[in-house]
Design a binder for this molecule. Structure first.
Ligand code: GLU
Length: 553
């Protein structure tokens, strides 16, 4: 027996509109026939997962390539789990990866785009289902629900709130009235169609093709407890109402929702909404010893989007990588082409692709190697304003030096250096160029020189001689020759072979001698081309650093 309409209506605000009001307020979109309206539905229960960017990128790609619309709808109906700052982090991440919503509170007629602000809309449709007997009030307590589950387990039947176990499904209206009169909190449950038991549900997934599942028979909660404010729906119900009223026609979401499709189909049918196309994306995976598992925000730092932004991976490199994971053939194309070639849903695999950071770093290094020094410097500076504040004034004061440094083995060469995989690599790779960041060697005993094994008095004498006669030659050969000549004078063998033959006769080989100069000038035994580096630094800075080698700082 159904509840009387008056009893139902008393549970809702008296000025709650009818469904038709919302239908008119959010009319069908005037878009070309093939246009896809897609949406990303992030929940602010944590910071965004790289998988969210992956899906958002696909959403945006498909909508823009079909002349449609892409929107972000914040699914914040689980307010107890909301994480502070999550919305700000979403905005940052979406902006970084170019997946900000086409519509938001300032533009877009289909908002609000925060579910917590759509209470009236959901209530309209909950009341509508209640009035038709397609939903009912459920007063079952936690203990009662636990007891139902326990009895189901004992009798080895599927657990859930369904059929004869659903104690409020066919409740006597008098009992409902009594509970309401006593002010007992309730939830609203969807009343699964009576014939659902034993049926199969089928649908065509845009990625996986035809899928079949047992029909849903669980009377899912659609509106959460009545003693909470705001009174919010569950995901299942909210997404149906929102996707319908926002006139979304393609739902791309994680494959953990596949098993909910049978319920979603029932909800759409009960609400008399046009069914929607679903595309269930396989999750990004991580290689672990002996197999793979889903990339997990709890376990893997690289699962969080901030990992990529903080490290300074260029957005284009990450997007290129992600597009290659979505459609393998895009990984075969050069970056610029891959970024503009449409993603094809039917080519997305049903198995989750592996995220390989080494691969991403390679892609990123290749990409950065195609940029000009100016582009790199601008990007590093932008990154540093957030993540390395100390670097910003240095770059600003020494822009010319920074450009000269970046030009070393980059400008005018066929294979530019690939020493930057992300913007945070700039300081370790190029920091030594800047006098403000460089720590000169502390005389011949500096620990960075120890591995070269040259006696301290030889280092001092060699360095002092170099300082005294240093010539800042443009010609690399001539520049190196002065080191070679001095090395011979100070007892270094002309080559490593000679030195090995008779180590006691020499102070080291020419290799050790030039490494002394390299460590003095760059602080490390590995560096970009030394002559080019010296010229980027300029004669007086080179001399300052060589003096430090001589112990004469
Ligand atoms: N809020 C849901 C989630 O975070 C979105 C699912 C969907 O896109 O429909 O998983």
């Amino acid at each position: 027996m159904m509840l009387e309409r008056a009893v139902i209506d008393r549970l809702f605000p008296s000025d709650l509109p009818e469904p038709q009001y919302w239908e008119d307020r959010y009319p069908l979109r005037e878009l070309p026939e093939q246009a896809m309206v897609t949406r990303l539905g992030p929940s602010p229960t944590g910071f965004i997962h790289i998988g969210g960017v992956y899906v958002g990128m696909i959403d945006r790609d498909i909508s823009s390539n079909t002349g449609g619309v892409y929107l972000v709808r914040v699914e914040d109906t689980d307010q107890s789990r909301e994480v502070e700052g999550a919305l700000e982090q979403f905005a940052r991440a979406f902006e970084y990866f170019g997946i900000s919503s086409d519509e938001d509170k300032d533009h877009g007629a289909y908002g609000p785009y925060l579910q917590s602000e759509r209470e009236q809309i959901y209530l309209t449709y909950v009341r509508h289902l209640l009035r038709q007997g397609k939903a009912y009030l459920c007063f079952a307590t936690k203990d009662e629900l636990a007891d139902i589950t326990a009895r189901q387990q004992a009798s080895k039947v599927p657990t859930g709130y369904y059929g004869k176990w659903a104690i409020w499904r066919d409740a006597d209206p008098a009992d409902v009235a009594a509970k309401l009169a006593a002010g007992t909190p309730y939830v609203v449950r969807f009343r699964t169609p009576d014939d659902a038991d034993g049926q199969r549900a089928a649908f065509v997934d845009a990625i996986r093709g035809r899928l079949e599942h047992e029909a849903n028979r669980n009377d899912a909660v659609i509106l959460k407890a009545s003693d909470q404010s705001p009174r919010l729906p569950t995901y299942h119900f909210a997404h149906a109402v929102d996707d319908h009223l926002m006139r979304v026609n393609l739902v791309i979401r994680g494959d953990e929702w596949i098993s909910s499709v049978p319920l979603h189909q029932q909800l759409f049918a009960a609400l008399e909404f046009e069914p929607i196309t679903y595309a269930h994306i396989a999750p990004l995976m991580k290689q672990i010893p002996g197999g793979k598992r889903k990339l997990s925000k709890r376990k893997d730092p690289e699962a969080g989007v901030d990992f990529y932004i903080a490290a300074g991976f260029p957005a284009d490199a990450v997007l290129y990588y992600l597009r290659g994971l979505a459609n393998g053939r895009l990984a075969e194309l050069p970056l610029a082409e891959a970024l503009t070639t449409p993603i094809d849903l039917s080519l997305c695999g049903a198995a989750g692709p592996l995220v390989d950071l080494v691969k991403l770093e390679d892609i990123s290094a290749d990409h950065i190697a195609t940029l000009s020094g100016r582009q790199i410097l601008d990007a590093v500076r932008t990154w540093a304003t957030q993540y390395d504040a100390e670097l910003v004034p240095v770059l600003d004061a020494e822009t010319e030096l920074a450009l000269r440094a970046l030009a070393v083995e980059r400008d005018g060469v066929e294979n530019p250096r690939k020493d930057l995989r992300k913007w945070s690599d700039f300081r370790p790779a190029y920091g030594f160029f800047f006098p403000e960041l460089f720590v000169p060697v502390d005389g011949p005993a500096d620990e960075r020189l120890v591995p070269l094994g040259v006696a301290a008095d030889v280092v001092t004498a060699f360095a002092a001689d170099l300082v005294a006669g240093y010539e800042h030659r443009d010609d690399p050969q001539e520049w190196f020759d002065q080191i070679r000549t001095l090395a011979a004078k100070h007892g270094f063998a002309p080559n490593a072979k000679e030195y090995k033959k008779n180590p006691d006769a020499y102070a080291g080989s020419i290799r050790e001698a030039s490494q002394l100069v390299r460590v003095a000038i760059t602080g490390a035994t590995r560096s970009p081309d030394l002559h080019a580096t010296a010229h980027a630094l300029g004669a007086s800075e080179v001399l300052r650093r060589l003096r430090a080698l001589a112990g004469d700082a």
